[in-house]
Design a protein around this ligand. Sequence first.
Ligand code: NAI
Length: 258
Amino acid sequence: MGTYVVTGSASGMGAQAAERLRADGHRVIGVDRADADVVADLSTPGGRQLAVDEVLGQCDGVLDGAVLAAGLGPKAGAERAIVEVNVLGVTELLTGLRPALAAADKAKVVVFGSNSTTSTPLVPRRAVRLLLRGDTEAAARVISRRGPLSAPVAYASSKLAVSYWCRRAAVSADWAGAGIRMNILAPGPVLTPLLLGQLKSGTGKQVRSFPVPAREYGTPEQIAEWVSVMLSPAADFMVGAVITVDGGTEALLRPRDW
Ligand code: NAI
């Protein structure tokens, strides 16, 4: 049985993924702001470093896999925190944990992207470039020019940047070359506290009007099944893929692009 780190382990899809891994007999090191094996605030450089140090200490230098599910949704006024957690909370953690992943045999990494990357208009490419450089302050400034759309744009920018980073890293000598299989899971609307918060907020009407051909929302249990497959030997030949599980929104909006 393996040792896995799961960020965002206290709620929603991260919690479900952690539960599924534990039920399968694996050891899970959960990371979250509270109620976790490692309590760390991934919106700050100090919190991210603490998370890396604690996880490396607890896993004895070997990790069979990582699930990066911690994330903030498109909440107005939280744009800087959104990009800090959703981008650097993934890239800095993975960079710090890479030696432990490389020490395992064919470790697997699942990063939570989102189908917002392909369904949100007006994402400034400059913000995505700045995020890829780790300049969250400048990126947040660029994003704030979108006015009332700043929060959804911050969210989509963060998920685009983290997906680009993962796809680039996934195929490199340091990752695929070191035996690590890194892939992205891009859900559409899934019934978690994050989505429920959006549905109850001022943007609830827009969220409800989002077209989902399946005519229902996903569940954390369904997504945890996909995580489980992406951590299994079935993913030995899967590198840098974006697996979209979104009830059909992406296919509806972009039938010819994939
Ligand atoms: P959730 O809100 O239920 O869980 C997210 C977890 O991340 C929480 O436990 C929270 O405490 C943790 N987190 C947030 N900020 C943190 C910080 N600064 N430091 C440490 N932990 C922090 O959300 P959900 O829906 O389970 O989301 C999981 C991932 O899936 C996120 O990356 C989200 O962006 C992504 N996603 C969610 C969708 C949805 O409809 N629910 C759709 C597409 C992507």
